[in-house]
Design a protein around this ligand. Structure first.
Ligand code: 8IG
Length: 273
């Protein structure tokens, strides 16, 4: 099946608008209030937030790609909160390292905005640079350093990224868990994990978390006018900080173990929005 975003003449915002219409048709929900992208370790949050009224594969929606990775469900859900609000839950992240271009990477974020979402919650599994972070520690993203040499913005689109990761939402999260730490997220292109020297570079320039997903999505969310909350689950210490080699299996296992706790935390945050 061809993806409309692969046509260089396509307008990515029109594709996002078509995707939002399709979601409204499938879910019967005209407007969602906020959206969550659930990365490794965060998937259970969907069940704790409220009542799931629709679940469907992203592949039913224009522009979405098949998930490339184990531990990523590829499902989209519409969830009704006890307070009546509506959350769009996206388990269908496309990573930059898949090589399909940035338009596909940020399509879910643009679609979320087109469904009416005013807040974008971006979660991920990532490597930690601060040594006292044990695997399983959730961390708020306070800012990012985009090391992908890519951008979702096209042309002379100058967008302010001061306070990209909303102070208001970080404070709200800390109101629920006061000891939540925060850090600067460095996005690498991947898919290889960093070398220890690259991790030291990230540390030297002010990074605390290394990952492969969230910075590009956050930029697109800001362009779309959404308020952003970013959270990383530290599933491993970054290469060279942890003395043992990194393995994808270990990362998945750490995510599974932390899942009930961090998903509970995320559900409480969402209830307070
Ligand atoms: I989970 O150590 C996870 N994702 N770049 N580095 C990068 N991405 C990650 C890591 C990590 N762990």
């Amino acid at each position: 099946m061809t993806n409309p975003l692969d046509d260089p003449n396509a307008d990515p915002f029109e594709v996002a608008s078509a995707a939002a219409s399709k979601i409204a048709e499938i879910t019967g929900v005209e407007k969602h209030d906020f959206a969550l992208t659930l990365g490794s370790g965060w998937a259970k949050a969907a069940d704790l937030i409220g009542e799931t009224t629709s679940t469907f594969p992203g592949t039913e929606v224009p522009g979405f790609s098949k998930p490339a990775l184990e531990g990523h469900t590829g499902q989209i859900k519409s969830v009704q909160l006890p307070n009546g609000k509506r959350a769009l839950v996206i388990g269908a992240r496309t990573h930059f390292y898949e090589g399909h271009g940035v338009r596909r990477v940020v399509h879910s974020v643009r679609t979320a905005a087109a469904t009416g979402a005013k807040i974008m919650i971006l979660t991920n599994g990532a490597g930690g640079i601060k040594e006292h972070w044990k695997p399983g520690t959730p961390v708020l993203i306070s800012d990012h350093i985009n090391l992908t040499a890519a951008s979702p913005l096209e042309g002379a689109t100058f967008i302010d990224l001061t306070d990209l990761y909303s102070k208001r939402l970080r404070d709200l999260a800390r109101g629920i868990q006061p000891d939540l730490d925060e850090g600067v997220y460095c996005q690498f292109r991947g898919p290889q994990y960093e070398t220890p020297a690259e991790v030291q570079m990230a540390k030297a320039v002010g990074g605390h978390i290394v990952g492969m997903s969230t910075a590009l999505e956050a930029i697109a969310a800001r362009q779309a006018g959404m308020e952003v909350l970013g959270m990383s689950l530290v599933t491993n210490l970054a290469a060279g900080i942890q003395k043992t080699p990194l393995s994808h299996e270990e990362v998945i296992a750490a995510g599974k173990e932390a899942e009930p706790v961090i998903s509970g935390l995320l559900a409480k945050i969402v209830a307070a929005l």
